[in-house]
Design a protein. Structure first.
Length: 252
């Protein structure tokens, strides 16, 4: 059997099954050292194809288990939703589960493992996305488009948007997207205006920040049904309003 077949093993009946070793840091969570699943085939080529897809899905689930331990509340909640979906259930809060049919409650309890129980039983606190995670949220939504770009194009795409988010956080803090107000957007707009006059900047960089922030917040709001009221709507500087900085004096 080839090196690529290290994730499959042949049973006595001639059919193949997945045999994937669990990372040491997750053995206690998963409850075993090896994950074994039937591949329902006696054909090695077919078994390998099925195993590769299954390995990718299992490893993604392991990544979510690790995220569930972090201090990032938004990351934990998003991971809980993915874990719940992989187990065959939509994520529901504990209150929602308490009024669900008894059959669903029992199915969740029977399916839950020590690692997946918080997700399946709705005990992970729900939280919305925050500014510091905005670019990651958008990158996930646009993953297909970004995959078609070159590494340099992806770098430039991210660099400009990270800068816009970093500038905004510097003015209003790392807020949840649903907490960003029109007043926050106007404060950011005024900050850029003052900086343009003080440093003799063109409208190019400020307008790019405003454009990227507006588009990203709208994209995440639509995708997650957040109903955010477009705080950056209509905010844009006209070209040619800057002035040259005053000459530097000897004292300065």
């Amino acid at each position: 059997m080839s090196g690529q077949a290290r994730y499959i093993e042949k049973r006595r009946d001639g059919r193949f099954r997945l045999a994937l070793r669990v990372p040491a840091d997750l053995i206690q969570d998963v409850g075993s050292r090896v994950v074994r699943r039937s591949l329902h085939t006696a054909d090695e080529v077919e078994a390998l194809a099925k195993a590769r897809a299954m390995v990718d899905e299992i490893r993604a689930g392991w990544d979510d288990l690790r995220i569930g331990r972090t201090d990032n509340a938004t990351g934990r909640f998003d991971a809980a939703r993915r874990i719940s979906r992989r187990s065959g259930f939509p994520y529901k809060t504990l209150d929602e589960i308490s009024v669900a049919p008894v059959s669903e409650q029992l199915a969740r309890i029977e399916t839950a493992t020590p690692a997946s129980a918080p997700a399946l039983l709705g005990t992970v606190e729900e939280t919305g996305p925050v500014l510091s995670g905005l670019v990651d949220e958008v990158a996930a939504l646009k993953r297909v488009d970004l995959a078609r770009k070159s590494e340099m194009q992806r770098h430039r795409w991210r660099l400009a948007r990270d800068r816009a988010v970093r500038n905004l956080i510097g003015r209003i803090g790392d807020k949840q997207l649903t907490e960003i107000t029109r007043e926050d957007a106007l404060e950011f707009f005024d900050w850029w205006g003052d900086r343009m006059l003080r440093e003799g900047l063109s409208a190019n960089s400020p307008n790019k920040d405003l454009e990227y922030l507006s588009a990203m917040i709208n994209q995440v709001s639509d995708a997650k049904r957040l109903n955010i009221d477009a705080p950056f709507r209509g905010l844009r500087f006209k070209a040619g309003i800057t002035r040259s900085p005053h000459p530097i004096t000897a004292d300065e």
